[in-house]
Every structure is written in structure tokens, then in C-alpha cells.
Design a binder for this molecule. Structure first.
Ligand SMILES: Nc1ncnc2c1ncn2[C@@H]1O[C@H](COP(=O)(O)OP(=O)(O)OP(=O)(O)O)[C@@H](O)[C@H]1O
Ligand SMILES: [Mg+2]
Ligand SMILES: [Zn+2]
Length: 574
């Protein structure tokens, strides 16, 4: 392929609205262009890399026994109404009406659509198990699209849905997907950690996310280097000892605390430690107030609280709501005497003895508050945040924390959708049964962006061979030099039979060509320049190394083969 025939609109400067390196580089290297917030076009170079990721995903899904299909991107609202998700999906799901006034949805995910296909096509245990997947467009009206294709609104996802006759079958499919995912990311040159993930308010089932460790990752992960425990903080648990004190329960009493509100101010005021306090926070769970209680030295994890409350949406209540629920301004809330509101207590609360908490009156606190005696709760649950330094739940050593980008997600769904949509098959004995489901997603564009986030330098992208838009870039330094051009063209022709080769035939200064070469990051660069004129040698340089080798044509072709084979083999090694 000739550079002059391509469309590679490289940029010299960092685009203004790009915050992270992969986003800047994808724009600067001419891989993508923005058309509106969260909407991007993949240009020729970017699309070539995207197709490579797609192909790796497809090969590994196929070899794990999954079957590719192509359902429509648009789904009818009816299906969403069957599972109740038409009301709970929120604004990420874009709804519209067609000309006949039918309600439709731009598919943000396809559990309903795939379940419907299986409902209509699978009738016997003989048809199961089946694992169907698509590599297709998704639309999610993200509240804050950012970081380019990393979090955009329209994107390509591989999503698979497995249907099994029983739990053992689901476990087998789940493990097959887990293995396939590890291979997929490895082949893309990405380092990922499978991390325990939140299973939502459905609970019970297993879920893991595949995380690319990265400073710019939006997920926070805790990991134990001792035993390997690793979990998204949305669901991580910590080992804690709640010492049961033998202290006698003292009489509850009021204590004036003028303008003393925060835990820091209170610990100073009472000359005690934060773990003696009960923090009382008012949230809105699907619009209704819920009070969360947590020990003063801990923070509430909103995902855990949301699950414990069985809510779809959760947010901290505003000042006015706090006053309405507690009768006091923010800073003086407490559980004693609260009426007509759900109270969810963290597991750190019941063991407390003679604790301090707000009195639901301005400038007043209560001391010697005893859970159970002085107040009750609807539910005690683990709703606490886990941080670096907290102890591993498996081996009690301190946990480390790091940020990660979620590139994939596997999830045991259970019977949620097959129950709601009444999917029936006949088992061996002719009895009606429902299949059990799993679902498995990979963001194809996000995977590609993550590769760049993990593999670049100050000059540009460093593509792994496996997903590089081209394997080799040939740079004739002076296109007006007939001998150089002739040699470059000959090389281009002979290498193109085995590799994807781009030749920079532009009449540009060498500096411009080399800068663009570094920016677009093709793994192997072959320069036809000074040393060719002097001694018939080509200059071979790899994007990920500073070294240069000078080789005659035969040696060069041999060396390129070694480099290519070696790098590709590395992606498939266990
Ligand atoms: N807005 C997006 N832009 C690009 N890729 C996305 C986006 N949302 C999700 N993905 C990709 O699709 C995969 C499967 O979707 P899933 O519903 O599990 O994501 P999610 O939990 O909503 O992700 P996130 O927490 O980042 O919003 C994700 O692992 C990710 O790779
Ligand atoms: Mg999301
Ligand atoms: Zn551990």
C-alpha cells in the first residue's frame, strides 16, 4: 500500500479536548475523527487495527465453540418491557418511535434480544448448550462521554450469551469464555487482570471484569500480592476484626456540640478516635430516602449500598432532604428516633458499644448510643469501602490499590432473563425446564485504545505486531532518487506477498516522514537512504527499539521473517 494513496491525516499538535495519551495519539495518528460528542469515525489506519482486534476476538470465540450471528442493532421496546428493563435502564438507553408509532430502542446491550432468539429457536435439551455472539454496534447515551473511543456513545462490542441446561453447563461455558478472554487480550498484546466484579442487586452469581492496569483507568482495584486476591472496589471486602467490648452499656445522654460536625471536629471535641462514632448518611434510592449507617473511620461504598437497598439508582440526598428526614441540618444526623425511613447498617455497626452519633437536632450529639438497644435497622450488610492498606479477606495481609480500564466482563446471569421471558425447553424426561444464562462482553474499540494507552512513548504509538495496521513501513528517504525508489519498490513488492506493507512514497522531508513513522507506530521500519546509495544496504529499525541494523536485501528479508514470526509466536505462548 502506498502512503500517498492512503488517508492518514496526522496532526503535529495535541488536540485540545483530548485528555489521555491514547485519545491524543489516536487523533494525532489519524486513526479516528470525532463527529459529535461520543461519536467517532474510524479512518483507514484505525479501522485496519480495529478489524485485527475484531478478527482475534472472532477466532477465539469460534474456537471456544461460540456461534456468531448478526441480529439487528435496533430492538423493539416490547422485549424490554417483558423483563421490566424498559423502566430501569435509565437514560443511557436511547428510545424512539418509528413511523407507525412503535416504540424502539438503540441496543445498549442484548440480553433480551438474544433470549428472544433462543426462545423461538431452542425447544429441546438436544439444542443446548448454545453460546451465541455478535460483533456489532451498541449505543449508550453516556452521561459524560470522554477519552475518545474509550468511553463513547456508539461503539463496537462483542457480546455473547450462553444458554445451558444446568449450572454445571453454565460453569463450563463461563470457564471457556474466561480462557478465551485471556487468549484474546494476550494476542492483542494487552496485559489484563481478571478481577472479581460487582454482580449487581441480583446477587449470588459470579462476575469478573478484565482490567488493564492504567493510571487513567476509571475503576479502582484492590489486590493482594501475597495470595492473589483481586477485586473491583465496587465489591471488594476487607478482613476486619470487630472486637466485642465487655464494657457495660451506659445510659444514653445528650451532649451539646455547637457547630461541631465533621468526624475530625468531633474526634477532637470528644478527645476520642473516629471508630467510636456512627456516621449517618441520607441517600435517595430510586427517589425514596434510605439512611446508611457506618462506623466513623470508614466510608460508604455506594455500589454496595445500592445493591443492599435493591435500588437501580442511588445518590446522596441534598441538604433539604436531610432536614426533612432527620429534622436537623447536615452534620447532626443519627439513627436514634428516626421514623418512617429505611435504615441500612454496615456490619461495623452492630458490634459498637457506647458510641457517639448525631441527635437529629442542631448542635447536639448523643453519647453512649447502643445499637439494638437505642435503635434498630432494616438490614445489616457490608456497605463499606475498601482501600489500600485494608486487610485481604483471604490472608489478612495489607491490600494494594491501582486503577484499571475495564475491557471485558463475564457474568453468570442465572435465570433472570429466561424466567422473565418464559424460555422453555424439554429435558430428557420430557419435562419443561428453563435454560440458565451467562453473558460475556468485550469492548472492541476500548481494547484497541487500551493497547495504545499501554504501549506508546512521547513520539507516538508502538503497535504490537498482532494488531498493527501494517507490519512494515518502507521509507525511501528521497523519492526523487531513482535508484532508491526502484529498490524500495522492489522490496515493497516482495515483502507484500507475506506481510502488510506500507510504503511512504510521499515527496516529503526525511524528518517529516520519520516523525510520522514514529507517530503511527508501525512495528518494522525499513529505510532506503544513505547506506543504500553507499553500499546497497537497507536500514532496519523496530519501533520499540533504538537499534539499527544495516542489511543487504536477502539478509533483510530473512531478518524481517524472524522478527515477525518471533513476535507473533509470543502472543500465542502461554
Ligand atoms: N461507553 C463505552 N465506550 C466504549 N466501550 C464501552 C463503553 N461501555 C462499555 N464498553 C465496553 O463494553 C464492555 C461490556 O459492557 P458492560 O456493560 O460490561 O460495560 P460497563 O460495565 O457499562 O462498563 P463501564 O463501567 O466502563 O461503563 C466493557 O467491558 C467495555 O469494554
Ligand atoms: Mg457503563
Ligand atoms: Zn491475600
Amino acid at each position: 500500500m502506498l502512503y500517498s494513496k492512503m488517508l492518514i491525516p496526522t496532526l503535529r499538535e495535541d488536540p485540545k479536548d483530548a485528555e489521555i495519551d491514547s485519545h491524543k495519539l489516536m487523533l494525532r495518528a489519524g486513526l479516528i475523527r470525532k463527529s459529535a460528542a461520543g461519536l467517532y469515525s474510524y479512518l483507514p489506519l484505525g479501522f485496519r487495527a480495529l478489524l485485527k482486534v475484531t478478527q482475534i476476538v472472532r477466532e477465539e470465540m469460534n474456537s471456544a465453540g461460540a456461534l456468531e450471528i448478526l441480529p439487528p442493532f435496533v430492538t423493539p421496546a416490547e422485549l424490554w418491557k417483558e423483563t421490566g428493563r424498559y423502566d430501569t435502564m435509565g437514560k443511557e438507553m436511547l428510545r424512539f418511535k418509528d413511523r407507525h408509532d412503535n416504540e424502539m430502542v438503540l441496543g445498549p446491550t442484548h440480553e433480551e434480544a438474544f433470549t428472544n432468539i433462543v426462545r423461538e429457536t431452542v425447544h429441546s435439551y438436544r439444542d443446548l448448550p448454545v453460546n451465541l455472539y455478535q460483533i456489532n454496534t451498541k449505543f449508550r447515551d453516556e452521561i459524560r462521554p470522554r477519552y475518545g473511543v474509550m468511553r463513547c456513545r456508539e461503539f463496537i462490542m462483542k457480546d455473547a450469551y450462553s444458554f445451558d441446561t444446568d449450572e454445571a453447563g453454565l460453569e463450563a461455558n463461563y470457564q471457556a469464555m474466561r480462557t478465551a478472554y485471556r487468549k484474546i487480550f494476550k494476542r492483542c498484546g494487552l496485559e489484563v487482570d481478571p478481577v472479581l466484579a460487582d454482580t449487581g442487586s441480583m446477587g449470588g452469581s459470579a462476575s469478573e471484569e478484565f482490567m488493564v492496569p492504567s493510571q487513567v483507568g476509571e475503576e479502582l482495584i484492590v489486590k493482594c500480592h501475597e495470595c492473589g486476591y483481586v477485586a473491583n472496589t465496587e465489591r471488594a471486602v476487607a478482613h476486619r476484626e470487630y472486637s466485642v467490648s465487655g464494657d457495660p452499656l451506659l445510659a444514653i445522654a445528650e451532649k451539646e456540640t455547637p457547630a461541631v460536625k465533621t468526624i475530625e471536629e468531633l474526634t477532637a471535641f470528644f478527645s476520642t478516635t473516629p471508630d467510636k462514632f456512627i456516621k449517618t448518611l441520607v441517600y435517595l434510592a430510586d427517589g425514596a430516602p434510605v439512611v446508611a449507617l457506618i462506623r466513623g473511620d470508614m466510608e460508604v461504598n455506594e455500589v454496595k449500598l445500592k445493591n443492599a437497598a435493591g435500588a437501580v439508582e442511588l445518590q446522596l440526598a441534598g441538604e433539604e432532604k436531610v432536614r426533612e428526614v432527620t429534622g436537623a441540618p447536615v452534620g447532626f444526623a443519627g439513627p436514634v428516633g428516626l421514623k418512617n425511613v429505611r435504615i441500612i447498617a454496615d456490619i461495623s455497626i452492630p458490634p459498637l458499644v457506647n458510641a457517639i452519633t448525631g441527635a437529629n437536632k442542631k448542635d447536639l450529639h448523643l453519647v453512649n448510643v447502643n445499637p439494638g438497644r437505642d435503635f434498630k435497622w432494616e438490614k445489616a450488610a457490608d456497605i463499606q469501602s475498601v482501600q489500600a492498606g485494608d486487610l485481604c479477606p483471604e490472608c489478612k495481609r495489607p491490600l494494594n490499590a491501582y486503577h484499571g480500564i475495564e475491557v471485558g466482563h463475564i457474568f453468570k446471569l442465572g435465570y433472570k432473563y429466561t424466567d422473565a421471558m418464559n424460555v422453555i425447553f424439554l429435558d430428557k424426561d420430557g419435562k419443561e425446564q428453563k435454560p440458565i444464562m451467562g453473558c460475556y462482553g468485550i469492548g472492541v474499540g476500548r481494547t484497541m485504545a487500551s493497547v495504545i494507552e499501554q504501549s506508546h512513548d512521547e513520539f507516538g504509538i508502538i503497535w504490537p505486531m498482532s494488531i498493527a495496521p501494517f507490519h512494515i513501513l518502507i521509507v525511501p528517504v528521497n523519492v526523487m532518487d531513482a535508484a532508491q525508489m526502484e529498490a524500495a519498490e522492489k522490496l515493497h513488492k516482495s515483502l507484500s506477498s507475506r506481510y502488510e506493507v506500507l510504503m511512504d512514497d510521499r515527496d516529503e522531508r526525511a524528518g517529516v516522514k520519520f516523525n510520522d513513522a514514529d507517530l503511527i507506530g508501525i512495528p518494522i521500519r525499513i529505510t532506503v537512504g544513505k547506506s543504500f546509495a553507499a553500499e546497497g544496504k537497507f536500514e532496519l529499525k523496530l519501533r520499540n527499539s533504538k537499534e539499527k541494523e544495516f542489511l543487504g536485501e536477502a539478509e533483510l528479508i530473512k531478518r524481517v521473517g524472524e522478527i515477525y514470526e518471533n513476535e507473533m509466536a509470543g502472543f500465542n505462548r502461554d
